[in-house]
Design a protein around this ligand. Structure first.
Ligand code: ARG
Ligand code: GLU
Length: 684
């Protein structure tokens, strides 16, 4: 018994000490954290953060597009988010004559604000714990239906703690959203993929939009009659800056963490999934980079694709290194052993760990096959077009010229057949090498044999297909096309993949059902641990302090970067580091006006800062708020060595990266010449 208590105590210590600023908290429960927050320097009350009766900070926060966060900064619907969150919208509005991605864009009046078709923002009206209602027999559908009242209302029920709790979220979705301003990519994407996930960082990663509504402030389709939306609350902006040790809070929509998973899940990520995905993406990125280095048009055409593939690739590398450094899998094994010892005399939990272990064993092959397929075959661009045509046809859609246009625009955008073919050759070879034989379509094996190898098979495939070269095609031509045939060979695999199409391996239903019990049991057993639900794209609060960190032995990284760091990286020869001439001029003349700060006895401009808030993908664009509830920055990244925080948060090293709001204001004023926007903002 004593041994058991001791073991438990050791386990608890490992986890509680690691808990300093860990956590993504549900705003409606923030009263449970407010004491700690106030100790760290927060001055507002719990119902200033979240209330469904009066205006609170949550009314100033929104989900921007599908996967980012944004925040209101004026009473007239003006909002800030990241440049990389607005990127697709800015690209959509750009043309060769008006290249807003390269040159930036600033509306000089409301009339010049540009509507972005398809862009929506969602504001949370309220959230409610509906666990008891569901337990009492109400159906989720009827709860959602009852909740959906008013124009543009969206409601959903999200599970927390693997189905132990259910929360209803009710949003208002606005779809008249207009671009107000964006810096040139040389500022908004400064450092590109080279600096992505890296500190010291110098990216001005912000863009501005405005939400429009009808005369009643309700959602309405785009119309020139619409007027700026009036949010219940917006953020005042601090121009005073941040100091090491200052309180910060992040309010946003993090997408996916898995802090409670067992060692089996960690080992799957660290030893099987990440290494496979990293190796395959390295091959794809090398092929794309090589082609890009030879031709400027190709560099531009494949820029966004490269950025997308590289973003997760680099994150997984950091994550695997982090998990290894922390020994997360071993720690979890020890934790589970102690748990099992405690559970030994609790009939309902005795076999739980064993059941979970067995469930993982059973689900891993299917999940792995799906991931491998996604990273190989589904990495072939024209395959995706072919597979889409096959899916349309089997749904009974006519493959008209118009339908073909839609597919071509989506799947063959900025397309280079030569790059795709090289990728296809490598990806098919890797697929065959890595996939268990029973999952390899026999038609594929036969065809490769027939052509005497993958290379000539692919050569022939690309020579024969008309999907790339001819438009429109007759239905017959499509169905007989060799690329379409190739796609049909994978239909059984694609169908099977659906059974495993969950956020993480742990969310596959045959595994997740055990987590429901495991979470219950952990909360009974590990009383010291502060539990918060894993991120699932619902609104969360994270809090912490502004701080640097020791990056390597004896190498401390301070919390703030400045314009001088941009100048040190500036290089007209390197695309990612070629800043606008006006910024060089401003720096040469030290002409900083009201935006200058003193650092090491010299005048400069603040650019980015670090803090130890627990954030994840989806927190991009989140407001960074000081103790007074004022906006001091916009969150956009984590440091590379932080990325394992989706599985284990290490307070000594995990840092989120934000663009300093003073840099945002400086760029609006001095690069965008749009300081008229300050009139509607509340600058403190
Ligand atoms: N790493 C950040 C995030 O996960 C920024 C990504 C966009 N920037 C880029 N260079 N790809 O989304
Ligand atoms: N850049 C990420 C996003 O788009 C945020 C960085 C992170 O994963 O922490 O949400």
């Amino acid at each position: 018994m004593i041994k058991r208590i001791l073991l438990c105590a050791i386990a608890c210590i490992t986890f509680t000490t690691a808990m300093a600023d860990e956590g993504m908290w549900l705003p409606s429960l923030i009263k449970e954290r407010i004491k700690v927050m106030r100790k760290k320097g927060f001055r507002l009350k719990a119902d200033d953060v979240y209330s469904d009766r009066k205006a609170s900070l949550k009314d100033a926060v929104m989900q921007f597009g599908g996967g980012c966060t944004g925040e209101f900064v004026s009473a007239e619907g003006l909002l800030l988010t990241n440049h990389h969150c607005g990127y697709a919208s800015i690209q959509k509005l750009s043309s060769v004559e008006h290249d807003y991605l390269t040159d930036g864009y600033w509306a000089k009046s409301r009339a010049e604000e540009l509507h972005v078709p398809g862009l929506t923002i969602s504001i949370l009206e309220r959230m409610e714990d509906v666990t008891d209602r569901i337990a009492a027999g109400e159906s989720k559908e009827s709860i959602i239906e009852q909740a959906k009242q008013g124009k543009g209302c969206r409601a959903s029920i999200e599970s927390m703690y693997y189905g132990n709790q259910h929360y209803l979220f009710v949003y208002r979705v606005y779809n008249d959203v207009r671009l107000v301003g964006a810096p040139p990519s040389s500022i908004g994407k400064f450092g590109g993929d080279t600096d992505n996930w890296i500190w010291p960082r110098h990216t001005g990663d912000f863009s501005m939009f405005r939400v429009y509504a009808d005369a009643n402030n309700e959602p309405a389709d785009y119309s020139t009659d619409n007027i700026p939306y009036r949010p219940k609350r917006y953020f005042p902006i601090s121009t005073k800056g941040v100091e090491e040790g200052d309180f910060t809070m992040i309010y946003g929509f993090p997408g996916n963490t898995q802090e409670y998973v067992t060692a089996d899940a960690v080992e799957y990520v660290a030893e099987i999934s990440n290494p496979m995905k990293i190796a395959l993406r390295t091959i794809r990125l090398d092929i794309i980079s090589e082609a890009q280095s030879k031709d400027v048009a190709t560099r531009i055409a494949y820029a966004a694709k490269h950025a997308n593939i590289a973003n997760a690739w680099k994150k997984w590398e950091g994550e695997s290194l982090g998990l290894e450094r922390l020994g997360t899998a071993d720690k979890k094994r020890a934790y589970e052993k102690n748990f099992a010892a405690w559970a030994a005399d609790k009939p309902q939990y005795t076999t739980l760990i064993d059941s979970m272990h067995a469930a993982y064993k059973k689900a891993i092959p299917g999940y792995f096959a799906r991931e491998l397929f996604n990273e190989t075959i589904a990495g072939i661009e024209v395959y995706n077009f072919a597979a889409w045509l096959v899916a349309q046809h089997s749904k009974g859609e006519k493959l008209t010229a118009d339908v073909q246009v839609i597919g071509r625009q989506y799947y063959l955008k900025d397309y280079r057949a030569q790059i795709d073919k090289t990728i296809a050759t490598h990806m098919i070879a890797e697929f065959i090498k890595r996939m268990p034989v029973e999952n390899i379509p026999q038609e594929l094996t036969a065809a490769i044999e027939n052509y005497g190898g993958v290379e000539s098979f692919v050569e022939n495939l690309y020579n024969q297909t008309q999907l790339i070269t001819k438009y429109p095609l007759t239905t017959e031509e499509i169905l007989n096309d060799p690329m379409v045939q190739f796609a049909t060979w994978f239909v059984p695999q694609v169908n099977k993949n659906r059974e495993y199409a969950y956020r993480n391996l742990s969310n596959v239903p045959t595994i997740e059902k055990w987590y429901k019990e495991y979470m219950q049991a952990l909360r009974e057993w590990d009383k010291e641990r502060a539990f918060y639900p894993d991120a699932n794209f619902t609104l969360r609060v994270a809090y912490g302090t502004i701080c640097g960190y020791e990056n390597a032995d004896g190498e401390y990284h301070t919390h703030l970067t400045t314009l001088d760091g941009i100048m040190a990286k500036d290089n007209p020869e390197i695309y990612d580091y070629n800043i606008p001439q006006v910024l060089r001029d401003i720096h040469a003349e030290k002409d900083y006006g009201r935006w200058g700060i003193e650092k090491n006895g010299k005048q400069t401009i603040p650019v980015c800062f670090l803090a130890n808030n627990h954030t994840s993908g989806g927190n991009s664009g989140s407001p960074v708020i000081n103790g007074k509830g004022e906006l001091v920055g916009i969150n956009f990244d984590r440091t590379w060595r932080s990325t394992m925080s989706d599985i284990e948060f290490d307070p000594s090293i995990c840092r989120n990266i934000s663009v300093d709001i003073r840099y945002v204001l400086f760029v609006i004023d001095r690069i965008g010449d749009a300081s008229y926007l300050f009139n509607e903002m509340d600058l403190k």
